[in-house]
Design a protein around this ligand. Structure first.
Ligand SMILES: *[C@@H]1O[C@H](CO)[C@@H](O)[C@H](O)[C@H]1NC(C)=O
Ligand SMILES: *[C@@H]1O[C@H](CO)[C@@H](O)[C@H](O)[C@H]1NC(C)=O
Ligand SMILES: *[C@@H]1O[C@H](CO)[C@@H](O)[C@H](O)[C@H]1NC(C)=O
Ligand SMILES: *[C@@H]1O[C@H](CO)[C@@H](O)[C@H](O)[C@H]1NC(C)=O
Ligand SMILES: *[C@@H]1O[C@H](CO)[C@@H](O)[C@H](O)[C@H]1NC(C)=O
Ligand SMILES: *[C@@H]1O[C@H](CO)[C@@H](O)[C@H](O)[C@H]1NC(C)=O
Ligand SMILES: *[C@@H]1O[C@H](CO)[C@@H](O)[C@H](O)[C@H]1NC(C)=O
Length: 463
């Protein structure tokens, strides 16, 4: 199969030339078939980066420099792709990946990953299986772990890592103290646990999960990670624990997915609480309003911090994918809190138009770059670029798709409230190497700058 790839790429080049390269992707947002066709093209471009299903490769993983977490994020994106478009092309590959990367302990602590795995990394796999449960993605065979139970396993493990000794609570970024970032409590780990708890509450209708969503939210709101007052809602990247999460130690860099996870979690809590709670609506409105900073140009989503790091080639391999998560979480928000649709839909429309216009690069004239306000391809390419474009394009189908299911309205995934509670000694604790440390999410750092420089130059390949 590997050798087939070369003629395939050559064929694409010829086809691209014949049809006039750099034409970008056609997208008529008034036409669901056009949206589906555009999504299909971009998904196909994304999956050119995946070879884990070929003989001799490891199912579920992307090739370096992509880390384990981003593969989990990609499977989640493809579950939504199937849900929104009805195209099941990738379903078998997705199911194989999600099961292969689950551990013998029926959780997302696979031995090859645990030693460098962060809480946020684990959450992106949990989001994927949660989406599988919510969209009625085909259930695994009975002898395999089930989607809901896998999500519950991640929840159980994360609440066991809750750390009230420092900063009055919060999850550390890292799971193990030998990893860089152990002394950092970040927005995506905590906001991710908040979102997962809210989704589990809504799916199972068990109050325990809602109580945890409240607890995580309350901790974040009193920490300097989040600003939630009458005039602004902001989510910063995180804060070190060195001085008990003092406001002076907050890392104020802004990323789309950090506010995205709060928007989505609030929307699920709003939906879960049928007592007419205005509390979650108020928070949801605050974060949606706060997210306007990421739509600076005519409603087109922009990763503003990436615009800055690009100047010095300091962006990581992870960052181009973040817009995928804000887009997908905004889309689900319109289902969990339908009154938000009129505000959110124009943002998804303008951003999808922008993304499709930027998908005009590569040999096929359809490879996606980063700059959604330009129809001239900016030369970047990668899983994150494809995933972000895919997400924002397919999100425009949200009004045609079923809202996330729960156990009271059609959800069929089997749960296990005690999943994931295992002897901690079971997990691999081999000493970490330098390369593994770089495998975690890092804000900035020499190691990543070096990796990124390599990744950008490598990024121009056909794969
Ligand atoms: C859909 O069509 C209407 C009328 O033809 C047009 O005004 C509108 O801009 C279109 N919307 C999009 C998102 O293209
Ligand atoms: C772990 O790594 C080994 C060696 O590369 C590989 O054979 C195995 O399939 C991997 N397992 C997972 C779950 O990735
Ligand atoms: C650390 O911060 C928490 C939460 O803000 C606070 O409750 C606690 O008193 C602080 N501890 C110390 C030693 O300052
Ligand atoms: C809201 O929080 C921001 C950031 O901490 C602060 O600058 C602003 O003054 C606060 N506004 C109000 C009304 O408290
Ligand atoms: C909404 O956002 C704008 C600009 O981002 C800000 O000036 C305003 O105070 C926000 N309003 C609320 C209620 O948060
Ligand atoms: C709604 O119900 C939940 C769960 O009982 C409770 O925690 C929350 O405070 C209630 N909200 C309001 C606004 O009454
Ligand atoms: C994106 O393209 C627009 C239009 O050409 C340009 O003004 C802007 O500077 C570009 N953004 C980045 C980050 O390069």
């Amino acid at each position: 199969m590997v050798s087939l790839r070369i003629p395939l790429v050559a064929a694409l080049v010829v086809a691209g030339l014949a049809q006039n390269v750099a034409q970008a992707i056609d997208l008529d947002l008034n036409n669901t078939d056009s949206i589906k066709a555009a999504a299909s093209t971009v998904a196909d471009g994304m999956m050119k980066f995946y070879i884990g299903n070929l003989p001799g490769q490891t199912p579920g993983l992307l090739q370096p420099p992509y880390y384990w977490w981003e593969a989990g994020a990609m499977w989640g994106q493809l579950i939504e792709y199937w849900h929104y478009t009805g195209d099941s092309t990738y379903n078998d590959v997705v199911q194989e990946a999600l099961l292969f990367q689950s551990a013998p302990t029926k959780d997302y602590m696979p031995v090859n990953q645990t030693k460098s795995e962060g809480n946020d990394d684990q959450l992106f796999w949990a989001f994927a299986v949660m989406s599988a449960a919510e969209t009625l993605f085909p259930n695994p065979p009975q002898d395999q772990p089930q989607w809901l139970a896998l999500a519950q396993a991640v929840f159980n493990q994360q609440i066991s890592r809750w750390n009230p000794e420092l900063c009055g609570g919060g999850l550390r970024w890292q799971i193990y103290n030998f990893n860089i970032g152990w002394n950092y409590k970040n927005a995506i780990s905590n906001g991710g646990l908040f979102q997962l708890s809210a989704r589990l509450a809504r799916y199972t209708l068990h109050q325990t999960y809602a109580d945890w969503a409240e607890k995580v939210y309350d901790w974040m709101a009193q920490s300097p990670i989040m600003v939630t007052n009458s005039s602004s809602y902001d989510v910063y990247d995180g804060v070190t624990t060195d001085h008990n999460c003092s406001a002076a130690d907050v890392e104020k860099v802004l990323w789309t997915y950090n506010i995205g996870t709060m928007i989505n979690g609030c929307a699920y809590m709003y939906n879960y609480q049928t007592n007419g709670s205005n509390v979650w609506a108020e928070r949801l409105n605050g974060f949606i309003n706060g997210s306007s900073v990421y739509f600076p140009n005519g409603d087109v989503m922009d990763e503003i911090s990436m615009d800055q790091c690009q100047v010095t080639n300091a962006c990581t391999q992870d960052q181009p994918s973040y817009r995928a998560y804000l887009a997908r979480w905004l889309a689900t928000t319109t289902q969990m809190a339908p009154y938000t649709f009129n505000h959110i839909a124009p943002l998804l429309q303008a951003s999808a138009k922008g993304a499709a216009g930027q998908c005009s690069g590569g040999d096929d004239g359809k490879t996606c770059g980063r700059n959604w306000t330009s129809t001239e391809w900016d030369g970047y390419t990668g899983v994150g670029e494809q995933m972000s474009a895919l997400s924002v394009i397919q999100s425009n189908l949200v009004s045609t798709a079923a809202a996330p299911a729960g156990q009271d309205n059609g959800g069929t995934s089997e749960g296990d409230p005690g999943a994931g509670i295992v002897d901690p000694n079971v997990h691999d604790m081999r000493p970490i190497t330098t390369v593994d440390k770089a495998g975690s999410w890092v804000l900035t750092g020499v190691m990543l700058l070096v990796l990124m420089a390599g990744a950008i130059s490598m990024g121009y390949g056909d794969d």
